[in-house]
Design a protein around this ligand. Sequence first.
Ligand code: NAD
Ligand code: UGA
Length: 428
Amino acid sequence: MFVRRIAVIGAGYVGLTTGTCLASLGHRVVCADVNAAKIERLSRGKVDILEPGLAELVSGNVSAGRLSFVVGAAAAVTDAEVVFLCVPTPMGESGAADLAAVEAVIAEVRELLPAGCVVVNKSTVPVGTAAWVARLLGRDDVAVVSNPEFLREGSAVPDFLNPDRIVVGSDAQYAAERVAALYAKLGAPTVLTDAASAEMVKYAANCFLAMKLSYVNALAELSERLGANVLDVTEGIGYDRRIGQSFLSPGPGWGGSCLPKDTRALLQVSRVVDFDFPLLRATIDTNERQRERMVEKVAHAVGRPLAGARICALGLTFKAGTDDLRDSPALAVAGLLRDAGAELTAYDPGVPAAVPGLTDGITVVDDPYRAAKDASALVVLTEWPEFRALDWAQLADAVQQRVVVDTRNVLDFDVLRRVGFQVTGLGR
Ligand code: NAD
Ligand code: UGA
């Protein structure tokens, strides 16, 4: 295998996973970040994010001399053959992706990149960004490649090391081939294409997943109205290999740091090229509506005005297995309940204490039984499997009213009913 000298700019979920896993594949990797405190902690093997297996891999690769950390992109690139950009591309005011961090990195490194080096966009960026980056660089001796990332938070390492596919796009074929070769050991199907198509693949994938979820959430509502059970419905359609079993669980809406921003970004670029995309608009609208519907469900189950009612939220993160609260539907629903006047107490295994600016007005405790004390309803908002294993008899004693709304269908309803709870699921 060809060992490459790689620089990874941005040591967050994607950058740290990419750098660490490429080091595990044998490459020499330097990860850079503007956050000096983060770099200092990483250099000591301390990983801030909840990603199973990542801290061990970081330590192992640092000890083996394949992985190191520096502050600032400039310090990482001077010796690099391949430079991965893994910086944030958050939603800008118009809904389009904000490329300020990409622009800042290019300005910082453009004159420092060695001749013959390849710059790789791994951040999620709109179609046309590779060409834009090439113009910003203004270097004939540096090629630009798009290599979107498909990992999920909470399973970043296994997703990276066992990918469904690798997508690499460039208008310079040798550069695309060099990037694809970095992953050769993984033996994954590889799509080699032009830069614009690779950039489009990323949005196409995330928007398709969002569409699938909005469809399922709509089916859940329809199932409730028609007296069907959405869990049987999704099982029934999921056996069809053209549909597949995954991404069919209804919930309080889809969220996280990517699906919401990427759906809006694709809608925004569609507008720019005068393409009407009602399917995508409906996907987003259905998701907004889903959050409000959860509040109506809780109000109905509680059976009294929400104002002044004590509600216990089980779960705040955008999905189980992560501590990430960015654009979390669970947090959004808790916030809507709080805005309706309910007194909110929350427990989430990934969020042990209040997070200023995010959980304001919600009392966050680190014990589910304390969170449930005197509640008029327990509302499951994130699908943490440990909620199913709670001592429901103890919870029945703690609450004021034995009402549960399970927006993720994770609980064993029979167990709850045996200890006197009135349980409402989603779509059943
Ligand atoms: P993140 O916020 O976790 O990490 C980004 C890192 O970049 C931060 O540590 C930040 O300090 C650093 N940074 C910002 N500006 C910098 C600069 N000028 N120089 C050096 N470092 C800088 O973000 P993330 O979740 O890793 O996402 C990064 C990109 O990857 C986004 O475009 C996102 O859409 C995409 N993506 C994310 C995921 C995911 O699951 N989180 C999956 C696929 C793709
Ligand atoms: C998502 C994609 O799955 C990744 O492939 C992609 O790389 C990533 O976005 C990205 O571009 O950042 P992630 O944000 O980690 O990954 O979260 P998902 O596992 O996709 O979940 C997204 C949301 O959908 C969560 O709120 C989750 O609870 C919800 N969801 C997911 C459901 O409600 N039901 C399901 O069946 C699956």
